[in-house]
Design a protein around this ligand. Structure first.
Ligand code: ZN
Ligand code: ZN
Length: 361
């Protein structure tokens, strides 16, 4: 998983725009390729710093990153989980990165969960929770994996390095191979008396319920990243991340198009022809819709700013009312006669009345 953008700039996630700018200037000066010629590590670091600043200095992209851990540029919404990782690796030239900077410390697994939201919860935000089966620190051994009274000692097979180096001869000559130590699984620690609860893993599998605050404006298919809410690594390792895929229920009449809400609004032809003022309720406001005489199907009333709140926290989409003029299908014979008279007065040709009952004599 990619490193946190704030970490790259040596900031916390509460940094102000000013602090972000200052941190970028300081670090960019420090790692600039001109100052560090022939230093590939500094060049790589400079690239990361520049990329992190590019996202965090743009309010929209920063907001998306803060909520979703997403670093995408243009399209707005988060794609599926896979896209996001691809995006990131392309960003950093495909280099594999992990947050594990301490040697021999394992990072726990990333977890995924689904969260179902109502149509309106996605629009206005809500507090929710998900229950995930995850690994947590084993309490009796305080995540060390060792039984009470025993402490982990340096692994004898790898001398606590966690890796085994071997010189091998091959047809290409001598080769140094490096593998993770199978005795300690790379931790560098050996446990003579493992904890009985976790069998020396230092962690336990449990169901954990995690509260989640859903920001207004999320949509079906969005994925949230909760940093460090995944599984803990073995023996006091780092936490993985938790990815939450959002599922949003459909509304019986409203359709969501980005941050606009669209209602195909049916009115009888008399109202369309003669005009009417109608009380209309959006999801959170009351409006008066003034249908003008002679309104056609497809006419649009656009209520500015009454749609879905934008995820960046500023403004809302529109509420779009698209008029559909209904032709009556349930005329009584009296109403039908009135319409026939009307057609007659306008010289509009219509079919003769169909006999509803056959009379036999
Ligand atoms: Zn070892
Ligand atoms: Zn334990």
């Amino acid at each position: 998983m990619p490193q946190d953008l704030y970490e790259i700039l040596e900031l916390t996630s509460h940094a102000t725009p000013d602090e972000i700018k200052r941190a970028y200037r300081k670090l960019a000066r420090q790692y600039h390729p001109d100052i560090n010629p022939d230093d590939p590590e500094a060049a790589e670091r400079f690239k990361e710093i520049a990329s992190a600043y590019e996202i965090l200095s743009d309010p929209n992209r920063k907001a998306r990153y803060d909520q979703f851990g997403e670093t995408g540029s243009s399209s707005g919404m988060t794609g599926p989980f896979g896209d996001f990782t691809d995006l990131f690796s392309s960003f950093f030239g495909g280099t594999h990165r992990t947050t594990s900077t301490r040697p021999n410390v394992e990072r726990g697994e990333d977890l995924e969960a689904e969260l179902a939201l109502d149509f309106e919860q996605a629009i206005f935000g809500t507090e929710a929770e998900v229950t995930v089966r995850t690994a947590v620190a084993c309490e009796p051994c305080e995540a060390t994996g060792a039984a009470e009274g025993f402490k982990p000692v340096s692994c004898t097979r790898c001398d606590g390095i966690g890796q085994i180096r071997e010189m091998r001869r091959s047809i290409l000559g001598q080769m140094l191979t490096q593998t993770i130590c199978p005795s300690c699984n790379g931790s560098g620690l050996e446990i003579s008396n493992p904890c009985e609860i976790c069998k020396g893993e230092g962690r336990e599998i449990k169901n954990v319920t995690i509260p989640i605050e859903i920001q207004p404006g999320v949509a079906e298919g969005n994925t949230l990243r909760l940093s460090d809410r995944g599984a803990i690594g073995r023996r006091g390792g780092y936490y993985g991340d938790l990815y939450i895929h959002l599922r949003v229920a459909e509304h019986p009449v409203l359709e969501r198009q980005g941050d606009d809400l669209v209602h195909r609004f049916h009115i009888p032809m008399t109202q369309a022809a003669l005009g009417v003022d109608l009380e209309y309720e959006t999801l959170d406001s009351r409006e008066i819709i003034s249908v003008q005489p002679g309104t056609q199907s497809g006419h649009i009333f656009r209520l500015k700013g009454k749609g879905v709140p934008h995820l960046n926290g500023r403004g809302r989409g529109d509420f779009v009312i698209e008029v559909v003029v209904d032709t009556p299908t349930d005329l009584t014979s009296e109403q039908e006669n009135i319409l026939r008279d009307y057609a007659d007065k306008r010289n509009e040709e219509v079919n003769f009345k169909k006999k509803r009952t056959l009379r036999r004599r």
